[in-house]
Write a protein that binds this ligand. Structure first.
Ligand code: NAD
Ligand code: WQD
Length: 337
């Protein structure tokens, strides 16, 4: 199939492009490089031996997007392009609603115009807000968003559901990711945050490589076995494979479908630190700090639906995730620079 990948030079997008190429799909990437680097394209070539057509454009630009669709006939769009920093979204909500929501609306207008009606969207476990039960199944209520970023995901899910209701020739897959970490086994692509990392795993790897002194663990008085928050960390390559499975499914199982992509295992912050130390032999100095606003106590997936309907299960364990994150950081201490 010929696939448009928006945000394809980003963390999850680049890993997905590799899996798509390796399973024989043709890929065109659209990305404005606002949070990624064009070097990723060379790395993708080094891994797969394949070149990908790339457009350095913003999905909000109708004319530029129109040119892409004039030049290609797509079977499906996998839509990753979006801003994702929770704290930044609180400081600059207009930017987040414009980039994520307006950007998606523009993409949908063009897809509709060119009759490309298959879309896989990068949603997030954040849509569950404070989850009503654990593990989280897809039929759990959409929660109250905890920040503007989360609301952009809730709004886009709503837009896509309404679109499907208006015309059931659309085939839509909403993939709700849990906590993506890890990197490709080749260490050629991985997560490359700007500045101080917001997320746990890149912070740990930057402590390990000597860029930061000490990890602050946000809260040790939660109602969990060791007092630190519990999350469902998932290897980015498993997540990427989930998109290939969803793509196969979108043409067979039409309609609007929603899947959690997680391992189903809850791990605490201290579990991650200890597993990282065991996998790499590197000690991570840490100290306990106050709770971070907006953090939910426990969050992990019931991923049974993805297993049953997509034939997908996560294969990598937490040790694999830590080791691959570390190998990426060690081999690319300054990211793609
Ligand atoms: P990322 O920032 O590495 O990748 C997103 C890519 O989109 C970047 O390359 C960026 O340059 C591009 N982009 C952003 N706005 C754009 C625009 N207007 N036009 C064109 N390109 C644009 O992030 P990621 O971790 O790979 O996340 C991919 C998607 O998955 C995002 O939608 C994110 O919200 C979602 N998601 C991520 C996580 C996570 O923890 N990483 C969890 C759940 C959902
Ligand atoms: C994990 C745990 C922190 C950093 C975020 C988004 C979510 C989704 C995935 C996009 C928490 C703790 C972290 C640190 C710490 N993204 N922590 N010290 O918050 O579960 O999810 O990314 O959709 O929307 O909110 O991930 O990696 O930031 O935090 O103690 O320096 O690690 O408090 O318990 P989170 P995270």
């Amino acid at each position: 199939m010929k696939i448009l990948v928006t945000g394809g030079t980003g963390f999850i997008g680049s890993h997905t492009v590799v899996e798509l190429l390796e399973t024989g799909h043709d890929v065109v990437i659209v990305d404005n490089l606002s949070n990624s680097n064009a070097c990723v394209l060379n790395r993708i070539f080094e891994i797969t031996g394949k070149n990908v057509e790339f457009y350095n454009i913003d999905i909000r630009n109708y004319d530029d997007m129109n040119e892409v669709f004039k030049n290609h006939v797509f079977d499906c769009c996998i839509h990753f392009a979006g801003l994702k920093a929770v704290g930044e979204s609180v400081l600059n909500p207009i930017l987040y609603y414009d980039n994520n929501v307006v950007g998606t609306l523009n993409l949908l207008k063009i897809m509709n115009k060119y009759n490309c009606k298959n879309i896989i969207f990068s949603s997030s476990a954040t849509v569950y807000g404070v989850p009503e039960k654990m593990p989280i199944t897809e039929d759990c209520k959409i929660g109250k968003g905890t920040n503007p970023y989360g609301y952009t995901k809730i709004m886009i899910e709503q837009i896509l559901s309404d679109l499907y209701k208006s015309n059931n020739r659309w085939n839509i897959v909403l993939l709700r990711y849990f906590n993506p970490v890890g990197a490709h086994k080749s260490s050629k692509i991985g997560e490359n945050p700007n500045g101080i990392p917001n997320n746990l795993m890149p912070y740990i790897t930057q402590v390990a490589v000597g860029k930061r002194e000490c990890l602050n663990i946000f809260g040790n008085d939660y109602e969990t076995p060791d007092g630190t928050c519990v999350r469902d960390y998932i290897h980015v390559v498993d997540l990427a494979r989930g998109h290939v499975c969803a793509l196969k499914n979108i043409v067979e199982n039409k309609g609007l479908n929603i899947y959690n992509l997680g391992t189903g295992n809850g791990c605490s912050v201290l579990d991650v630190v200890k597993t990282f130390e065991k996998a790499t032999g590197i000690k991570i100095p840490y100290k306990f700090a106050p709770r971070r606003e907006g953090d939910v106590t426990i969050n992990y997936a019931d991923a049974t639906k993805a297993k049953q309907e997509l034939g997908w299960v996560a294969e990598n364990n937490l040790e694999d995730m830590c080791l691959d994150s570390w190998n990426w950081q060690k081999n690319n201490p300054n990211g793609y620079e």
